[in-house]
Design a protein around this ligand. Structure first.
Ligand code: NDP
Length: 483
């Protein structure tokens, strides 16, 4: 497979190159080798993307929803037909094992395109009666929207943002993370092949400055960011200066609670999914694992055996279920967190070894004896590090679970139905799971509260975030005036 794209950017229905931009080398995380080079968008490229999106959007918005939806559904079908090729590319871009990318990336993007394609004909307002007069609302598209992505799910993030934006009549300019620039270009190619008019989904490459240039342009109506909290603050502030709408999908430090009556095998499986999928580089991960004291020993024993059975190796081998980290920088952050945690008193139960081979490899780590004030329990690691904490009292664990600036996700395992709903209602998190973790079907809203973000992706709610209400009052009687 050729990993070098035809050109760096995709604008107005075609690949566009401008080698005067700063080169960005794309590195395959499993080997550390350079597999492609793209060039950061120059101001001229950004301008081209904005002009073409603004021009294309009006005609697209004027189309009826069924016709828009048909294009998205066709794109979903093409993605499914090419799933293997796209999954291999996702693995090159991120290092995630093919075993994962075959089922979680292009397929998740296709789900979003199919789902929002189906809903495109169902963008509805409300009608209100005021005596003989009445009013109604129309959901109008916002215009040109900007999507900015993180590097952990490049195909999924591009589709989760593009699908609701396009379904509701907007255009989107997408800036992938500089680390993983390849996959969104394929999404753009496929949308064109499916019949999307040129200019409605443009991809421009670059670092933060390109994202900032897009966010600050007056022609842009909305910015949807997936990224860290510090970046979220900057982008939100820049958008606020021009009163733009935003969706912010940011980081987390989510609690995962195992009550004494939990099915321990399920809880261990849930904790593994909540910490080690995608080598731990998942925003919603449940990294503070609170385990009831009565079952902690048994939980840790099962967990250690399961974690040590991970198949770590060539991500392209479908038997591999744990791959490298995506960048050397993220590996260094992870290693630093492990050292700090041990210095602060945590015990390594297993893992955390950096493998002596090319690429960015570290084994999945479980820390026990973690307390609430340790750095590893307060900051997002974004790597394969699970922190196990102990609790005995329900009210106490709820307080501790909520004691964080973040609020992206939370999970709990118990067989007690009443307790499950009682506890979940007190957890301050945008997305919660009971006896499951990290499943995000497209029909379910996903997003965070507090520092973890604003707005929701997926489900019908995402349609509201890419439209605004226009209210129309209709007078049916003679107009009265004071004089
Ligand atoms: P960053 O916040 O570093 O970057 C996110 C994106 O924003 C990148 O494309 C980045 O460009 C761009 N960017 C940086 N500065 C600016 C700016 N001033 N204006 C506009 N755009 C800018 O996040 P990472 O890529 O490192 O991703 C990891 C983070 O993302 C974690 O905190 C994780 O929790 C979060 N995340 C949240 C998810 C969610 O749905 N809630 C899902 C996945 C990840 P570049 O990288 O090229 O510099």
């Amino acid at each position: 497979m050729t990993t070098q794209p035809k050109a760096s950017h995709f604008i107005d229905g075609q690949y566009v190159e401008d080698t005067s931009g700063t080169p960005i080398e794309v590195i395959y995380p499993a080997t550390g080798q350079v597999i492609a080079t793209v060039y950061e968008a120059t101001p001229a490229i950004v301008e081209q993307a904005l002009t073409s999106a603004a021009r294309a959007q009006a005609e697209w918005a004027a189309r009826d929803g069924t016709s828009r939806g048909r294009v998205l559904r066709r794109a979903a079908q093409i993605i499914m037909e090419r799933n293997r090729e796209l999954s291999v590319l996702e693995t090159y871009d991120t290092g995630k094992p093919l075993q994962e990318t075959l089922v979680a990336d292009a397929t998740s993007g296709a789900d979003a395109l199919e789902y929002f394609g189906g809903l495109a004909a169902d963008v509805t307002g409300q009608a209100m009666q005021f005596g003989g007069d009445w009013a109604y609302t129309i959901r109008r598209p916002l215009g040109v929207c900007v999507g900015i992505g993180a590097w952990n799910y490049p195909t999924q993030i591009a589709c989760w943002k593009a699908a609701p934006a396009l379904a509701t009549g907007n255009a989107m300019i997408f800036k992938p993370s500089e680390t993983t620039p390849l996959c969104a270009l394929k999404v753009a190619e496929i949308l064109i092949e499916a019949g999307l008019p040129a200019g409605l989904f443009n991809v421009v490459q670059g670092r933060g400055a390109v994202g900032a240039a897009l966010t600050g342009d007056a022609r842009v109506a909305k910015v949807s960011l997936t990224g860290s909290v510090p970046t979220g603050r900057k982008v939100y502030a820049a958008a606020a200066a021009q009163m733009k709408q935003v969706t912010m999908e940011l980081g987390g430090k989510s609690p995962f609670i195992v009550f004494a009556d939990a099915d321990l095998d399920d809880a261990v499986s849930g904790a593994i999914n909540a910490n080690f999928y995608s080598s731990g580089q998942v925003c919603s991960n449940g990294t503070r694992v609170f385990v009831h004291a009565d079952v902690q020993e048994a939980f840790l024993a099962k967990l250690k055996a399961r974690v040590e059975s991970a198949t770590i190796g060539d991500p392209m081998d479908e038997a591999t279920n744990f791959g490298p980290m995506t960048t050397q920088a993220q590996l260094d952050i992870t290693r630093h967190h492990l050292e700090t945690a041990q210095a602060e008193g945590a015990r390594v139960i297993t893992g955390g070894e950096v493998l002596d081979k090319p690429g960015f490899w570290i084994t999945p780590a479980v820390l026990a004896g973690v307390t609430d004030d340790m750095t590893v329990a307060r900051q997002e690691v974004f790597g394969p590090v699970m922190s196990v904490l102990t609790f005995t009292d329900e009210a106490d664990v709820i307080t501790r679970a909520n004691d964080t600036e973040f609020g992206l996700s939370a999970g709990l395992f118990t067989q007690d139905l009443t307790r499950a709903h009682r506890v979940v209602a007190q957890l301050r998190a945008g997305t919660c799971w009971i006896n499951q973790y990290n499943l995000t079907p497209v029909g379910m809203p996903f997003g965070g509260s507090r520092q973890s973000g604003i707005g929701r992706e997926n489900a019908r709610m995402a349609m509201d975030h890419f439209t605004e209400a226009q209210t129309v009052y209709v007078g049916m009687s003679p107009v009265e005036a004071a004089f």
